[in-house]
Design a protein around this ligand. Structure first.
Ligand SMILES: *Cc1c(COP(=O)(O)O)cnc(C)c1O
Length: 397
């Protein structure tokens, strides 16, 4: 059996998304800036895609900017807000310690420029509250940036409430919604969002393309200089095949969220219940406020890397912490942010499901993880110390 359980890292492209791309490679391959017919047809397709994306996000077409992905959208949103803020003498930015590195590293850069970055504490259940945000906002706050759903543990933040606080206090609000879209309902207007980032390859679209939504009136700063594409805010010939594939995938991923949630949630909960049976283990993040397909556990006495290799031998593709940091020995900044000690943060496993997973496959995942955890613990001197009482356990049995 082969099970791909790493959909938070990237997804398989849907047939619909692939089919939607092909005409823009084979037939309508013109440059949307060209005046002859296949250029103009490309331009029409581009604007049609923009209007359809706007419909999904409940915003205006002119508020949609196509980017090279989630990272670029995060960079541009945050840098833009910083430039707007500093003109008014506002150099305080609020975020959280468990954001994606596309956000955290951009904030680090701004910190070196003299911005004050305040990272809110994430509660041990993987959530921040609107009250925390309200308490942190100051006269000189330029931006609040908080992710919609966390990519490692899958917790979903109270974005609508956080957005309402920011609106009331007239502070710009950006959310990295890369992990949320297609899994929970995202609505720019309802959720009081000023700027939002999306990435196509996280919802069965192509890699290398994404969206930055920016509410009209927000003056974006260019990250990429050059031609006047994207209302002069993002230079470079538009990736029309990618954009066409992305928007098709976006429509498909958001068309039946209720059905998706109803189908996947019981399977996710079956997986959680099965892994809960493993002694000295714990689910990371709130049980309720989580994505329908993302499960993350810590196991005592285990190295995440060896767990992944042995699961791979059993045909299972999974992840330990974020894709960007796996391969390094640093424990996940997300698990540290929710208060997991280093020794258990190292022993983490993320399984992120797609809708086509079966109950039989869920049971195979549970059985395989149980076997591998037991095997690794039997070999681990660290585990022996725990069993002998030479070290204290972190979790209850
Ligand atoms: C994957 C991801 C990104 C980066 O998106 P890319 O399109 O790969 O650049 C940003 N934020 C979150 C939460 C992600 O999961």
């Amino acid at each position: 059996m082969r099970i791909y359980a790493d959909n938070a890292a990237t997804t398989k492209m849907s047939r619909n998304a692939i089919d939607a791309m092909i005409p823009y490679m084979e037939e309508i391959y013109g440059n949307p800036s060209s005046l002859y017919e296949i250029g103009q047809k490309a331009k029409e397709a581009l604007e049609d895609a923009r209007a359809r994306a706007a419909k999904v996000l409940n915003c205006e077409a002119r508020e949609i900017y196509f980017t090279s992905g989630g990272s670029e959208a995060d960079n541009q949103a945050i840098i833009s807000a910083a430039r707007i803020g500093e003109k008014k003498g506002k150099k305080h930015i609020i975020s959280t310690a468990f954001e994606h590195h596309a956000v955290l590293h951009t904030l680090k850069k701004l910190e070196k420029e003299g911005f004050e970055i305040e990272l809110l504490d994430v509660h041990s259940n993987g959530l921040v509250t609107a009250e925390q945000v309200a308490a942190a906002i100051r006269e000189d706050t330029a931006l609040v940036t908080i992710m919609y759903a966390n990519n490692e543990i899958g917790t979903v933040q109270p974005i609508k409430e956080i957005g309402a606080v920011c609106r009331e206090k007239k502070v710009l609000f950006h959310t990295d919604a890369v992990q949320a879209i297609g899994h929970v309902s995202v609505d720019a207007a309802r959720d009081n969002i000023d700027m939002l980032s999306l990435s196509a390859h996280k919802f069965h679209g192509p890699k290398g393309v994404g969206i930055l939504y920016a509410k009209k009136g927000i003056m974006l700063s260019n990250i990429i200089e050059g031609g006047a594409q994207e209302r002069g805010k993002r230079a470079g010939t538009e990736n029309l095949p990618g954009i066409a594939g992305m928007v098709k995938a976006l429509e498909d991923a958001t068309s039946d969220l209720d059905g998706y949630t109803a189908r996947l949630t019981p399977l996710r909960d079956r997986l959680i219940a099965g892994l809960d049976e493993i002694s000295y283990s714990e689910l990371n993040g709130d049980r309720e406020h989580r994505l329908p397909g993302t499960v993350n556990f810590c196991f005592e006495g285990i190295e995440g890397e060896s767990l992944l290799l042995l699961l791979d031998d059993k045909g299972i593709s999974a992840s330990s912490g974020s894709a960007c940091t796996s391969g390094s020995l640093d424990p996940s900044h997300v698990l540290l942010a929710i208060g997991r000690p280093h020794e258990v943060a190292h022993g983490s496993l993320r399984l992120s499901l797609s809708e086509d997973i079966s109950e039989e496959e869920i049971d195979y995942l549970i059985k395989s993880v149980k076997e591998v955890v037991e095997y690794l613990r039997n070999m681990s001197p660290f585990w022996r110390d725990l069993v002998n009482g030479k070290r204290p356990h972190v979790f209850a049995e």
